[in-house]
Design a protein. Structure first.
Length: 367
């Protein structure tokens, strides 16, 4: 199963947030995807997804097109683990983190999709077998910076059937507005996206204590300050989550050895794809840790996450980016959350292929 061709498609899907929503420093008007398409000599095709939010899309596309793709031509697509090692080792001079690993992640997902299609099995079967075909999802809201908009979108998510909610907020006022809107029994998570020093994070975490958070996510910058995360969780007695910015199983091993958080959050489009993700799951199982994947995606990265989640315990939730409107979808209504659950596609590989018309219509015309 030799690789004959590697293509990328930069797709931008317009959406609205339901308020003055943003994440971090960026106001996003589109969800950006670098889709990786790998074709083998028989004509079989696999699809992957390299992380590309926040203005990184063209850089990630260039990494795949000009650095990684030429190294794959003629290689055996079924040797997924060997290719992962080959790409990581061979390109370590430019770093095993950031956009290099985003590109490797997209390639790895496409290779797993190919393997599933070649054997006529979903990826969940390749990973040991599915335990469930419905995954409970939490509504992952944007940062509105406005308590009224927070409350409004929390209520809208509850009305749509979500049973747990995550905010992207940094103020006590916003967290209080959410808790009042959803009541005391709905699990509430807060993702702060690394805004604080350890001392500032301690102060903020204490202010959030009365609202009974299911977890506080990424409160400290830099996110790899695992020792300070460990101290914060113990001192404030609050569950923490982190890991979306970690790359490779090696960094997660360091995080777990430090007992940094309660919930570990690998992102399949950042961490090195399914190959690295499955190593992290194995480590977590050995140590008794809980995985909560980071997956605010709607492309192959979400499908890969769903395939992995279907093999994991019921407490492991899917993340669903809570937009108000999305102009187009790569998979139509198939992977839309219904009553707070997402159905895992049961076709071979990732389960679905992206709609070629959507790729054509929303492909970035300048790349």
């Amino acid at each position: 199963m030799k690789i004959a061709k590697v293509d990328t498609h930069l797709v931008r899907l317009p959406y609205t947030t339901g308020g003055d929503g943003k994440i971090g420093n960026m106001d996003w008007s589109t969800l950006d995807y670098v889709l990786v398409r790998i074709e083998v000599e028989s004509g079989l095709v696999g699809w992957g997804d390299a992380f590309a939010y926040g203005g990184a899309a063209r850089s990630v596309k260039a990494v795949v097109d000009y650095m990684l793709a030429p190294q794959l031509i003629g290689k055996d697509a079924s040797a997924i683990g060997q290719l992962s090692y080959y790409l990581q080792q061979g390109n370590h001079l430019v770093g095993r983190y950031g956009i290099t690993m985003f590109g490797i992640s997209g390639i790895d997902i496409a290779l797993w999709d190919l393997m599933g299609k070649a054997t006529d099995q979903p990826i969940s079967t390749l990973l040991g077998g599915s335990r469930r075909n419905e995954i409970p999802a939490y509504a992952s809201l944007f940062n509105y910076g406005n308590p009224d908009q927070v409350a409004e979108n929390c209520q809208r998510a509850l009305d749509e059937g979500y049973q747990s909610i995550k905010l992207h907020e940094t103020t006590e006022q916003a967290v209080r507005a959410a808790r009042v809107a959803i009541g005391d029994d709905v699990p509430l998570m807060v993702d702060t996206n690394c805004p604080w020093t350890p001392w500032q994070a301690h102060k903020a975490a204490l202010s959030f204590k009365p609202y009974n958070l299911h977890w506080l996510e990424e409160p400290i910058f830099p996110p790899e300050n695992f020792e300070s995360l460990n101290h914060l969780g113990i001192e404030v007695d609050i569950p923490l989550a982190a890991g979306e910015n970690a790359c490779t199983a090696f960094e997660f091993q360091q995080m777990m050895n430090a007992e940094a958080v309660t919930y570990y959050q690998p992102s399949v489009t950042k961490v090195g794809g399914i190959t690295e993700f499955k190593k992290i799951v194995a480590m977590a199982n050995l140590k008794g840790n809980t995985i909560m994947p980071h997956a605010p995606y709607f492309g192959p990265g979400l499908l890969a996450t769903l395939q992995i989640l279907s093999t994991m315990p019921d407490e492991c939730l899917a993340e669903n980016f809570y937009y108000k409107t999305l102009e187009a979808s790569l998979y139509g209504e198939t992977i839309k959350a219904r009553d707070g659950n997402i159905t895992v596609p049961n076709g071979p590989g990732l389960g679905l292929d992206p709609n070629p018309d959507v790729i054509k219509d929303y492909c970035d015309k300048e790349t």
